[in-house]
Design a binder for this molecule. Structure first.
Ligand code: NAD
Length: 441
């Protein structure tokens, strides 16, 4: 089989590479010629564990190629995936201009039957718009070529994207023709070896499934953050409560960790877009509106603890920040809670020294030289009045606290992800603040 994947970001590049990995002939296309030039030399536009090696291997085997020309690349393909960005517009709705631009270009250049698949996260009704855009372009050039549209939302997690793609919990495909279903079933057959289901459904349901999944996960996070905040007020410990409820199989122990709010390129924009879709159709998503409100509030929780501890006087204080990316194992800084916390510290005249294993280059785009960047996690601590643990990278989980103690000016830790044990930290002489955690002293 031969396919084209349009967009070489976190989703498109992983999708294309993983299809190549199982033997499919893939061309990845991007409008950004610098990205394509780099990819041709094995330089990736993003950090994703294991991806670089897999790209190189499949490119060498000539199953994976890169191009800026959609028109050329789509020739001879059975499937074209649209995996470009769908950023939030000013009103919170998903901006479809990139998706529809690609659809039009496909309509202008396709020569044979093609299944055009939206892999980007798009609101219900988008596949119909894609179909219309392609049909208009075909009509404009007087071409009578059969095609189908399909919706195949992507559920991969940044940081574990390859595993998620190669061994998915499920694959959801929305189709409205037998022919498209057969093509998609053939394409995904190699990924079903572990018994994971390929779920075919109608197109609107597939489009909605992605939003429902992300909205549910965001809801779990905000719910636990709300519980954590109340735990603190009431003298309970959310770590205990989490274990207590997570052992109930109806609740489950995944995604119930409190923290400093969700970020990233998906949850914030997808929750907003779903609220907007509902309101445009005369319905109000009350739960999700609260999920957003709690999340906004949560991004300030760690800063507020710092502010309280230092009695509102942060001028001239030095804060070490461990972790910048919105979650571990990615360089993605989009909507990262670290940005909110750091901006607040800077506004109050504090000095910030940050370290992140991979996201510092990305972080510089928004933070520039307004903060200092450490060589490693320890160097960041020199003369710090406090440490703020913002992203739970594995390397921060078990540092040498004897060294940490020596380097810091004051032994104060604000743990935004509850990765340290309050009691142990206090035994080591630290003043420790977690999220929803009872302080022993
Ligand atoms: P991204 O911003 O990392 O990548 C998008 C790419 O598309 C960019 O490289 C851009 O240059 C390219 N592009 C834009 N217009 C183009 C055009 N006309 N022709 C060719 N290329 C073009 O985005 P992403 O994070 O990969 O997300 C893509 C979509 O997948 C979004 O809808 C997102 O919501 C969804 N999604 C993302 C994730 C994730 O974890 N990042 C997970 C699931 C779904």
């Amino acid at each position: 089989m031969r396919i084209a994947v349009v967009g070489t970001g976190y989703v498109g590049l992983v999708t294309g590479t993983c299809f190549a990995e199982v033997g499919i002939d893939v061309t990845c296309i991007d409008i950004d010629s610098k990205k394509i030039d780099n990819l041709k030399q094995g330089i990736l536009p993003i950090y994703e564990p294991g991806l670089e090696e897999m790209v190189t291997r499949n490119a060498q085997k000539e199953r994976l190629s890169f191009s800026t020309s959609l028109a050329e690349s789509v020739q001879g393909c059975q499937v074209a995936f649209i995996a470009v960005g769908t950023p939030p517009g000013e009103d919170g709705s998903a901006d479809l201009k990139y998706v529809l631009a690609v659809a039009r270009e496909i309509g202008r250049s396709m020569t044979d039957y093609l299944v055009v698949v939206t892999k980007s996260t798009v609101p219900v009704g988008t596949a119909a718009k894609v179909r219309q855009a392609i049909a208009e372009e075909l009509e404009a050039r007087g071409a009578d070529i059969a095609f189908d549209v399909a919706s195949n939302p992507e559920f991969l997690k940044e940081g574990a994207a390859i595993d998620d793609f190669l061994k998915p919990d499920r694959i959801v495909v929305g189709v409205d023709s037998d022919r498209a279903e057969q093509v998609m079933a053939k394409l995904y057959k190699p990924f079903l070896m572990n018994g994971h289901p390929l779920i075919f459904m109608d197109i609107p349901s597939a489009e909605m499934t992605k939003y429902a999944a992300n909205a549910m996960l965001a809801t779990k996070i905000s719910f636990m953050n709300d519980i954590a905040n109340l735990c603190e007020i009431m003298g309970a410990d959310v770590n205990m409560v989490r274990r207590g409820i997570g052992s109930d199989v109806r609740i489950g122990n995944k995604f119930i960790y409190p923290g400093i709010g969700y970020g990233g390129s998906c949850f914030p924009k997808d929750v907003k877009a779903l609220i907007k879709t509902a309101s445009e159709n005369g319905y109000s998503m009350e739960v999700l509106k609260s999920v957003e409100t709690v999340n906004e509030r949560q991004k300030s929780v760690l800063f507020n603890k710092v502010d309280n501890y230092f009695s509102g006087d942060l001028t001239g204080k030095t804060f070490a920040v461990w972790g910048l990316s919105f979650k571990p194992k990615t360089d993605d800084m989009r909507e990262a809670p670290s940005l909110v916390i750091i901006e607040k510290l800077l506004e109050r005249g504090a000095r910030v020294k940050a370290y992140d294993p991979v996201a510092m280059k990305e972080a510089k785009h928004s933070l520039g030289d307004r903060i200092e960047y450490g060589k490693d996690e320890y160097e960041t601590l020199i003369d710090a009045d406090a440490l703020l643990l913002v992203t739970e990278w594995p390397e921060f989980r078990s540092p040498n606290f004897a060294v940490v103690s020596k380097l810091m000016k004051e032994k104060v830790v604000f743990d935004g992800r509850n990765i340290y044990d309050c009691k142990e930290m206090e035994e080591k002489g630290f003043t420790y603040f977690g999220i929803g955690v009872k302080q022993a002293k």
